[in-house]
Design a protein around this ligand. Structure first.
Ligand SMILES: NC(=O)c1ccc[n+]([C@@H]2O[C@H](COP(=O)([O-])OP(=O)(O)OC[C@H]3O[C@@H](n4cnc5c(N)ncnc54)[C@H](OP(=O)(O)O)[C@@H]3O)[C@@H](O)[C@H]2O)c1
Length: 294
């Protein structure tokens, strides 16, 4: 099976390089700009294609590694050619293979195959891809018959693979956003607070880095419950009250919401500790009335 890539960006470069490094046969690249496709084909020692028709005829599998918003357009342009027996995949986390409308009639097989990984560098990210989970979702019963091809391919390269359904994709993708992009949002808030304490932008990012990295490592190595420290875990209601009095309105809401979540985690860690004071503190300061409490 020869795999071709339409879209020579971060994921196209990285997946193609990762595959060739593991002995998977990659035909080459077609992209919106010929420069990107040429660069990717040189990077992976594969072919450059001048048209979508050429890459289609030279590939058994096509990965449409284009932005989510372009997947439907690329699929629409593919549909004018014979697609019998071809495997068409995209890598969007939130979209399912239902974007490949009419794929059954075209006698082709459709999949969304998503690396649960931040692919941020088109030349370097492939080195770390073996750590990524891949999720596979298929378009219909016919596509299901061949889904083990992709599972086996990624497992042979060292990846964990999970199947998910089309209906789960959006929720699944929000989990990824919670674990990555939204953490960046929290980090950005943290640097802003340090800047209010006199740090400049650069030193605020640097100063928080060891704390951030150490916490990430602990969450990953020890797990969510065992890694939890801080005022919520200690049931330190005075400190939490002071934080809430000092925080600007913009950060206060998120502080309360996440602290409420941490109480749940803290209770798992310390089942005998009394969290009722901070629970009440957070609940009633969140604008709730006493009568709202269940
Ligand atoms: N980056 C991540 O962390 C990540 C992780 C998991 C999944 N994904 C998914 O992977 C897919 C690609 O994301 P990416 O981060 O690699 O995006 P990207 O770096 O922006 O690359 C997209 C590439 O597609 C090319 N392109 C755009 N429209 C096209 C069209 N109509 N026909 C052919 N090529 C076209 C672009 O053009 P040029 O030819 O002009 O360069 C660009 O090189 C998306 O579905 C995304 O959701 C991304």
């Amino acid at each position: 099976m020869k795999i071709g890539f339409v879209g020579a960006g971060k994921v196209g470069f990285s997946l193609g390089k990762y595959m060739t490094e593991h002995g998977v046969s990659v035909s080459g690249y077609y992209s919106k700009s010929s420069d990107s496709a040429r660069e990717a084909s040189e990077f992976t020692n594969t072919k450059y294609f001048d048209s979508i028709e050429e890459i289609l005829s030279d590939s058994d599998v096509l990965f449409l590694t284009v932005p989510d918003g372009a997947i439907k357009d690329v699929w629409d342009s593919l549909k004018q050619y014979s697609l019998t027996g071809k495997f068409i995949c995209h890598c969007s986390g939130a979209m399912s293979s239902s974007v490949f409308s009419g794929i059954g009639q075209a006698k082709a097989f459709g999949y969304s195959i998503h690396p649960l990984f931040a692919v941020c560098d088109k030349l370097q990210s492939y080195r770390e891809l073996s750590r990524a989970y891949f999720t596979i979702e298929y378009s219909d019963e016919e596509s299901k018959k061949h889904c083990m091809y992709f599972k086996d391919m990624f497992e042979k390269m060292g990846n964990e693979v999970r199947f998910i359904s089309a209906g789960q994709k959006v929720l699944y993708h929000s989990a990824a956003v919670f674990a990555s992009n939204l953490v960046t949002g929290l980090y950005s808030y943290a640097t802003e607070l340090l800047q209010e304490c006199g740090f400049d932008e650069e030193s605020s990012e640097k100063a928080l880095a060891p704390l951030f990295m150490n916490n990430c490592e602990n969450v990953v190595s020890k797990g969510i419950v065992d890694s939890l420290t801080g005022p919520v875990e200690r049931a330190d209601s005075d400190t939490i009250k002071k934080h809430m009095e000092a925080l600007p309105k913009e950060q206060l809401g998120i502080y309360k919401d996440l602290s409420e979540r941490l109480i749940k985690v803290a209770k798992q860690k310390n089942p005998d500790r009394d969290y009722s004071i901070i629970e009440n503190e957070l609940y009633y300061q969140n604008g709730n009335e006493v009568t709202d409490r269940k």
